[in-house]
Design a protein around this ligand. Structure first.
Ligand code: AGP
Length: 611
């Protein structure tokens, strides 16, 4: 959570900082601030205006600082952890002397002790945040050794937690001190400027080279005599995204753009995975095929939508590869004492590749000897660097807090993994693998056909606008789709909504069904179709408004007054990739109809880098 952006050199303008913050808004937006290194010192502005903090910061910039020449500038958009969202708690934070400024993403776990020690030494704190201890600690260490680099390194060594930090020193305004520990921080450069940010989209314009700040190391970045100097020189990053992909284009919001981009996200993810000889290839695999053949158990960990994608994949993995698959919420897995061995493959599914709980789950799995793999949308993300193997989804940047295209891309990538393992372990004949690959390659076009129905789905949703309680039910792969439908709706409309296995209804949840409830049933034709319809009968008999996601409308749906979302018919194990589309559209339509912002739901941030 929280977004950092900074610029040293020619391109350092307050406007560019605002633009960078806008692109990081998905990381939090309850308050924002910036520090500008002008020829008369630091100028600091902090704003806390709920979801419009960055817009207000932009107004301030336009009104006051337009023509000021800067040596450097950095900004921050916040998702509050310690201290309420307020101007006082917004970053940047300054030390007592006003010489150092700090922005920070993450949590300083030992901030209370450090704060007490520093207060005892006479430091005065202006905020309730954990972040402020960093800047006072730098000030304190600098007072003792008079060397900024040493002071920053020593301060960082004392901090416990996950964090990305940038420090500015008034006496050398053309330099940034940058560090990270289990939180993202990337550097970009062009001929005459240096950029630093929490994520690549905030760096895109004009950047020609990308670098990742290594874990637990201090990188100093300066622009001297128009030349960018990085010390030590970090590893470069290959970045394929371009600025147009993080622009809302002609759409009203990113979520609708990203829903539309789903066929492309999926086809790009599937593209080039099969060579001319029919062999499947994965991206970065530091596990040999021989080792993979010995895998006897797969554990999938993830959070939210990524967890649901993993749940979908479990059915294909068990069916095609014949290995037991466990699936668990990362935050629970990491505090268990799971039984893992070198023949266990732990797969972390994470769009951002930065979600702290999933990252720790993977690192603990690795430490206990298991093989690890991550499915991530961000090249070079922390998890991608840490895991033994990486399978990238090539969905392009996803800006809306509510995941859409990355869900479909994650399922696509995991299906590829299932087929790869089935081929390797010979649990399927090569011809069967080939047939399934061709079926999978047809899915992007089917997703496109579902998307061509968006107006129909919106018309259907009009009948649901007044309802305030939704239940989503499904069986087999329809169950994770039900969970995902409920998550989308609660995330962006704040409407109570739950997902259940359809067969579980009568064990409790059915008590909540009445004529004020909507029940959305995932009922595409499959081996369990009749059983789902039987569950639909049970809720219809209790007065619920019924909505059916189907690849063939049930014969009596019109007579009964049910609403139907029609989707294309594809292989049952792949069907979540089309079944989810009307549910995303439904949530989006209800959100917009109720005057809400689907891209920036309250209380949420896209990348959760805290526990
Ligand atoms: C999805 O709409 C949510 N924004 C959220 O559940 C998300 O999927 C979860 O936080 C996991 O994020 P990750 O994929 O980046 O790890």
């Amino acid at each position: 959570m929280c977004g950092i952006v900074g610029i040293v050199g020619d391109k350092a303008t307050a406007k560019a900082i605002v633009e960078g913050l806008r692109r990081l808004e998905y990381r939090g937006y309850d308050s924002a601030g910036m520090v500008l290194a002008t020829n008369v010192g630091f100028e600091v502005k902090r704003i806390a205006q709920d979801t419009s903090s960055i817009a207000a910061l932009s107004d301030w910039v336009n009104a006051t600082t337009n023509s000021v020449k800067l040596s450097s500038a950095m900004g921050h958009t916040r998702w509050a952890t310690h201290g309420v969202p307020s101007e006082m708690n917004a970053h940047p934070h300054l030390d007592c002397s006003g010489q150092f400024a700090v922005v920070h993403n993450g949590i300083v776990e030992n901030y209370k002790e450090i704060r007490e020690q520093l207060m005892a030494l006479g430091h005065e704190f202006a905020s309730e945040t954990d972040t402020e201890v960093i800047v006072h600690l730098v000030e304190e260490r600098y007072r003792l050794n008079n060397d900024v680099r040493e002071a920053v390194t020593e301060a960082f060594d004392e901090l416990v937690g996950s964090m990305a930090v940038v420090v500015m020193n008034l006496k050398e305004p053309e330099t940034f001190y940058m560090m990270r520990r289990m939180a993202p921080l990337v550097i970009g450069t062009d001929d005459s400027s240096l950029f630093v940010a929490s994520d690549i989209p905030a760096l895109l314009d004009g950047v020609t080279k990308y670098f990742s700040v290594p874990e637990d190391a201090l990188i100093t970045g300066s622009v001297r005599h128009g030349k960018v100097v990085l010390e030590p020189l970090p590893e470069t990053l290959e970045v394929e995204w371009d600025a147009s992909k993080v622009d809302v284009g002609g759409y009203t919001d990113f979520m609708s753009k990203e829903i539309d981009e789903q066929p492309r996200a999926l086809s790009d993810t599937l593209a080039g995975r099969v060579d001319r000889g029919g062999l499947i290839s994965l991206d970065e695999l530091n596990i040999s095929p021989e080792e993979l053949k010995t895998i006897h158990k797969i554990v999938i960990v993830g959070c939210g939508t990524s967890l649901h994608a993993g749940m979908v994949a479990r059915y294909a993995l068990e069916h095609f590869v014949r290995v037991p698959v466990e699936i668990e919420v990362s935050s629970e897995f990491r505090y268990r004492d799971p039984v893992l061995s070198p023949t266990t493959l732990v797969v972390g599914v994470s769009q951002s590749g930065e979600t702290l709980d999933t990252m720790v789950a993977l690192s603990e799995a690795k430490a206990s000897g298991a093989k690890t793999m991550v499915v991530s949308n961000v090249v070079g993300s922390s998890m991608a660097r840490m895991a033994d193997a990486v399978l990238y989804t090539r969905a392009g940047p996803e800006i809306s807090v509510a995941s859409t295209k990355t869900f479909i891309a994650q399922i696509g990538a995991l299906e590829i993994l299932a087929l790869y393992l089935a081929d390797l372990k010979r649990t399927l004949f090569p011809a069967e693998v080939q047939e399934l690959i061709s079926k999978l390659n047809e899915v992007p076009e089917a997703v496109g056909r579902a998307i061509s129905q968006i107006q129909e789905y919106e018309k259907t949703t009009q009948a649901l606008l007044e309802y305030q309680r939704f239940y989503f039910i499904g069986r087999n792969v329809g169950y994770p789709v039900a969970l995902e439908g409920a998550l989308k709706l609660k995330e962006i409309t704040y409407t109570p909504s739950e997902g259940y296995p359809a067969g579980e209804l009568k064990h409790g949840p059915i008590a909540m069904i009445d004529d004020k409830a909507v029940v959305v049933a995932i009922a595409s034709k499959s081996s369990l179709y009749e059983k789902v319809l039987a569950n639909v009968e049970e809720v219809r008999a209790r007065g619920a408004k019924v909505v059916i996601v189907a690849n063939e409308a049930p014969v009596d749906s019109e007579v009964r007054g049910d609403e139907v979302f029609l989707v294309p018919r594809i292989h049952q194990l792949f069907s979540p990739m089309v079944d989810v589309v009307p549910l995303q559209v439904m949530a989006h339509y209800i959100s917009v109809s109720r005057g809400l912002d689907p891209d920036r739901p309250r209380n949420l941030a896209k990348t959760v880098t805290v526990e």
